[in-house]
Design a protein around this ligand. Sequence first.
Ligand SMILES: [Fe+2]
Ligand SMILES: [Fe+2]
Length: 256
Amino acid sequence: MFIECTLSGNRIFCLSDLHINAERLDFFKGLLKNLEADAILLLGDISDQGETHLVIDELQKGLKIPIYYVMGNHDFYGQWIDLVRNKAKSENYLTKRSEPIYLSSSTCLIGHDGWADGREGDFFTSKIIVRDSFEIMDFKGRSIAERFEKINELADESVEHMQEQLQHAKQAGVETVFIATHVPPFIEACLWEGEIADKNWAPHFASKAMGDMLRAFFLENRHMKGEVLAGHTHTRAHVQILPNLEIFVLQPGDQT
Ligand SMILES: [Fe+2]
Ligand SMILES: [Fe+2]
């Protein structure tokens, strides 16, 4: 099921985890073309082949509305993370924007890919071996300790970026910030088979560093409101983290 978000009067269709391959590209092109929306927001895992910039170009062809997006772990499969990010030249790739997208004088959209940082659950004893370990060049052939160090680095980098964007939003007097990120920042919103992800899944599902930063920021800035939009777990969730901070986790379309 696709979720429609009305952000400040703008009808923005948010979709996550489309995992588009060559066979499914035409289906999604048709789907987006027929939407009555002001913009589209893709929350990562757009494709599985390290060619997300080409998929975005294809999807954007003939569309009069912008596609804003962040990437997910699958977008880097078969590639180096930096290489994929560098190929995405679009201004609409939120990870590469230092400035928010202002939807109105009181609302903006910010974002970063984010990364599951292994700090929830127990990364070192987890029985789950994620495909990232051998599909993404940055992890391939690395020891578990090296992979842990790398995922920490990626998550911390995304936190730094988001902090910078939040400061811009604050200085601009924004009241509501929509925060797009592939990986849910709060373990409470990471569900697996109806339950909060256990110690095996949690390290691969949540970005604790991002959650800690967002919680601290919105505790300190109670006059602002944060709406986090994420994907990755493929399981829908909605959790009120603070009175002024909530998270929606989207799952892929049932018909895909
Ligand atoms: Fe996914
Ligand atoms: Fe993912």
